[in-house]
Each structure stands twice: as structure tokens, then as C-alpha cells.
Design a protein around this ligand. Structure first.
Ligand code: ZN
Length: 132
């Protein structure tokens, strides 16, 4: 089948399971199993280590204006001292505390998503190597 409409690669992994990667357009095999891409795969593997770790670092980097956990800790520590010293009203301090909790929850969810993507990527690589 070369109509490109297949939903999964036709190759079988070393464990005997069908490859679940998406086939290339016009092929029934994914980039890892397509015989036409053997040379390119070698090039990808050669530079894979460095580009993958760069991607992982970029994913972990927060967008401009975002706070690291240490920065957030510093802001909250200052706010706490200000509340105790009477320089900051409890109302705004409560609002800041609620926002900080939300901020941490979103940061944790984002970190989990990033890990899930890395695990999926590693599974695909292991499956591809298993049948190469
Ligand atoms: Zn495949």
C-alpha cells in the first residue's frame, strides 16, 4: 500500500509488535522503517544525542517574564515579611498566595507533559531500533 492513507507503519518491531509510528506520505512505512531513508537515519542518529538534549533544555526554559521556583520563593518570602511588618495588606497578600499556588500547579502540569513527550519519543526510538 503506497496511497499514504494507512494510519500506522507496516513494519514489525523486534518484539513482534506492529510499529505504531505514522507512515511517511506516499509510503507504508514510518521514517524509521522506510528503506529509502537508511542513509538519513544514520545522519539523524549521529546528531540525535545533542539535538535532543538541546530540545529538552529549551522545553524546560520558561517563557520571558515567567518566574523560576526560586524567584517565586523570593517574592513570596518578601511578601510574607511585608505582611508581618504591616507594609502589605492581607487581602493583596492572599491574592498573591492564590496566584502562586495556581502558578505552581500549571508549572507542574507542564513538567509532566514534557516528561510524557520525552517518554513517548524514547519509546519510538527503542521500537525503531528494535526492528532495524
Ligand atoms: Zn515504523
Amino acid at each position: 500500500m503506497v496511497d499514504g492513507s494507512r494510519s500506522a507503519c507496516s513494519a514489525v518491531t523486534r518484539e513482534g509488535k506492529p510499529c505504531s509510528a505514522r507512515p511517511r506520505p506516499g509510503s507504508d512505512r514510518c521514517p524509521w522503517h522506510d528503506a529509502d531513508l537508511t542513509e538519513q537515519r544514520r545522519a539523524w542518529s549521529a546528531r540525535g544525542g545533542s539535538s535532543r538534549s538541546n530540545t529538552a533544555r529549551a522545553r524546560r526554559r520558561l517563557p520571558d517574564g515567567a518566574l523560576t521556583v526560586d524567584e517565586l520563593r523570593g517574592v513570596l518570602g518578601t511578601a510574607l515579611k511585608d505582611v508581618l511588618a504591616g507594609r502589605l495588606e492581607p487581602g493583596p497578600a492572599n491574592a498573591a498566595a492564590a496566584l502562586a499556588r495556581s502558578y505552581l500547579a500549571v508549572s507542574e502540569a507542564s513538567a509532566v507533559e514534557s516528561l510524557e513527550r520525552d517518554v513517548a519519543e524514547l519509546r519510538d526510538l527503542i521500537a525503531a531500533r528494535g526492528s532495524a
